[in-house]
Design a binder for this molecule. Structure first.
Ligand SMILES: *[C@@H]1O[C@H](CO)[C@@H](O)[C@H](O)[C@H]1NC(C)=O
Length: 298
């Protein structure tokens, strides 16, 4: 086959494609973006329990017997990609919960939750996720992680568009919530959300169902954060739609479903690390919740 010159139709096609792709306003981040805390976030309460390092590019949340603490995004967003790098409370973290979530502000609220339930030294954390739509939650899934989340930073992120919500751990999908409005299930699409994180004491339920209590002699409990990247459609709190709907990278075809590699990774997580999945809880839900039917392999 002869070599093709730069001006061959294939090259022109490629340039046109590149132009179209760059026209979708930003590309997905391939690696964690080192965005400082203050650009996107502000503390929510107990300001003296947040410590700043490296000019605010890394922070710590401290929990002691007086209080936990937390922070929230300055902006509200309708769709996008939201990630955080977190190093969870090391050692004896039993009774503590570290959360990273998106939530709308009203009563019929939408919420997308990561909750990390601490444990005694050497015992595994549980990652609980949940999705609330129109104020209705009760969609818990629980997994163990395939690494020790206290030893190093790992990234936790949410991809949210009109088609689905995906939870990622280090870019591996651990959960998908598809838009099933055709099956009568509400999907978060018209209420902007803020991003929140917090560290607090929840020893009434968190560890072994509340049997393991927080050992305050080990305080302060410290979770560390960096990479405060947000790539979302910023909207006023009252907005009902995103002004650039359909034009951003997360709206494009390749982000409207997982690809086959991602489905295989998700299946790997489900088969190897699942502790609990409301979709398979026939005691609590005698009939399969409709959205679970789009949740392959269930
Ligand atoms: C804590 O460790 C125990 C014992 O290994 C385990 O059963 C439990 O699932 C772990 N995690 C939590 C949050 O309770």
């Amino acid at each position: 086959m002869p070599c093709r010159s730069m001006a061959s139709p294939h090259w022109i096609l490629l340039l046109v494609l590149l132009f179209i792709v760059s026209g979708t306003m930003g590309a997905p981040p391939k690696r964690p973006v080192a965005v400082p805390f203050g650009r996107n976030y502000a503390p929510t309460w107990a300001l003296d329990h947040i410590k700043y390092y490296n000019g605010g590019s890394e922070i710590e949340l401290h929990l002691d017997k007086y209080t936990g603490t937390g922070f929230q995004s300055k902006g509200s967003y309708l769709f996008g990609h939201f990630s955080m790098q977190i190093k969870l409370v090391p050692g004896d973290s039993a009774g503590t919960v570290t959360a990273f979530y998106l939530s709308s502000q009203n009563s019929e609220h939408d919420e997308i939750d990561f909750e990390f339930l601490g444990n005694r030294t050497g015992q595994p954390y549980i990652l609980q996720t949940n999705v609330f739509t129109g104020g209705k939650g009760d969609r818990e899934q629980r997994i163990y992680l395939w690494f020790d989340p206290t030893k190093a930073y790992h990234s936790y992120s949410v991809l949210w568009n009109m088609y689905l919500v995906v939870f990622f751990v280090d870019d591996i999908p651990i959960r998908v919530f598809k838009n099933c409005k055709d099956l009568g299930v509400r999907f978060p699409f018209n209420q902007p959300m803020k991003i929140y994180s917090s560290l607090w004491n929840a020893d009434d339920w968190a560890t072994r169902g509340g049997l393991e209590k927080t050992d305050w002699s080990k305080a302060p409990f410290i979770a560390a954060y960096k990479g405060f990247h947000i790539d979302g459609c910023e909207s006023s709190v009252e907005a009902k739609f995103c002004a650039t709907q359909g034009k951003r990278w997360w709206d494009q075809k390749e982000f409207q479903d997982l690809d086959s590699y991602q489905w295989r990774r998700l299946l790997w997580v489900r088969t190897k690390f699942t502790i609990y999945n409301y979709c398979t809880d026939r005691v609590r839900y005698p009939t399969v919740p409709p959205e679970c039917r789009r949740d392959r392999d269930i």
